[in-house]
Ligand binder design. Structure first.
Ligand SMILES: NC(=O)c1ccc[n+]([C@@H]2O[C@H](COP(=O)([O-])OP(=O)(O)OC[C@H]3O[C@@H](n4cnc5c(N)ncnc54)[C@H](OP(=O)(O)O)[C@@H]3O)[C@@H](O)[C@H]2O)c1
Length: 272
């Protein structure tokens, strides 16, 4: 997994799993295009990784809940003479609460970021990867996309299930194009995610073994995409949960998730 001279676009690179991807890819020699809304953080990270690993970096401040953001990012990359060999579609957040508690504007922005921007960025950069016969696409989904949904966080699991299905189809379509596609399905991961969606107090009550650090999640994902695995679940606990959800009859799995979900889901919307 040496990416010397390749260009990697990482969305949501200002924190958590995206920042861990940026660090890991830079350590492997990849030039980086980092994007998120917090431009100052991106610039600091870009400078740090450029100095430490001698890679080229480009920081692009963008809000991917805006429909024109992917085209603007692509234009900035083209203007800088760059290209995208690895696409890490990662930006995201959680939206607690029942569906009707959030306005349509909030749901629309959520779908734009969590579903549309992922698909749009793939549509922009896939043809170039195919033409060069080299590409790596990681769509950061979630274990939530592999488990039956329970009440609360209505759109989150649905958006992640989309990414898993989308990645599977893309992987199949690109089996002989040199482009490997993987849906990364982490479980609870230490990052800013649960601070942003105001669920920190709730998930703090969960046992440590249910959590992973971002770095091993990313390391496993890079191995998985090289091995052309269309779906990758990191960590023993998460693998056990994914296996259990597959092994149980769907109605039993749904009942189990419904019984446990008060431990990690909110039926109310704390952030809207
Ligand atoms: N942490 C977990 O337990 C967990 C579990 C499963 C899956 N995931 C998935 O992992 C991915 C990364 O989450 P994380 O845990 O690393 O959370 P995080 O630490 O909160 O990082 C989220 C990143 O997404 C960016 N982002 C959020 N809204 C954005 C927008 N509108 N436009 C552009 N960038 C935006 C944030 O940057 P700015 O705020 O600077 O824009 C930040 O860089 C998400 O897709 C999440 O669903 C996380």
């Amino acid at each position: 997994m040496i990416y010397k001279g390749k260009w990697a676009l990482v969305t949501g690179a200002s924190a958590g799993i995206g920042e861990a991807f940026a660090r890991s890819l830079a350590a492997r020699g990849a030039n980086l295009i980092l994007t998120a809304r917090r431009g100052e953080r991106l610039k600091r990270l870009a400078e740090e990784l450029k100095e430490k690993y001698g890679v080229e970096t480009l920081a692009i401040e963008a809000d991917l809940s805006q429909p024109d953001a992917p085209d603007k990012i692509a234009a900035d990359i083209a203007a800088a003479g760059g290209q995208v060999d690895l696409l890490i579609n990662n930006a995201g957040y959680g939206l607690p609460g029942r569906y009707e508690q959030s306005s349509w504007a909030i749901h629309r922005d959520f779908i734009e970021l969590m579903v549309t921007s992922y698909a749009h960025l793939v549509r922009i950069f896939l043809p170039g990867m195919q033409a060069r016969r080299y590409g790596r696409i990681i769509n950061v989904a979630s274990l939530a996309g592999l488990t039956p949904s329970a009440a609360g966080h209505t759109m989150y699991g649905a958006s992640k299930a989309f990414l898993i299905s989308f990645s599977q189809a893309l992987a199949a379509e690109n089996a002989d194009t040199g482009v490997n596609v993987c849906a990364l399905c982490p479980g609870f991961t230490y990052s800013e995610f649960h601070d942003v969606n105001k669920m920190r107090d709730v998930v703090n009550r969960l046992p440590d073994y249910m959590f992973m650090k971002a770095a091993p999640v990313v390391e496993g994902a890079l191995i998985a995409v090289e091995a052309r695995r269309p779906i990758y679940v990191p960590g023993r606990w998460n693998k056990f949960v994914a296996w259990l959800m597959r092994a149980l009859p769907r109605s039993w799995a749904a009942a189990l998730v419904a019984r446990q979900s008060h431990r990690f889901r909110s039926g109310d919307a704390p952030n809207v």
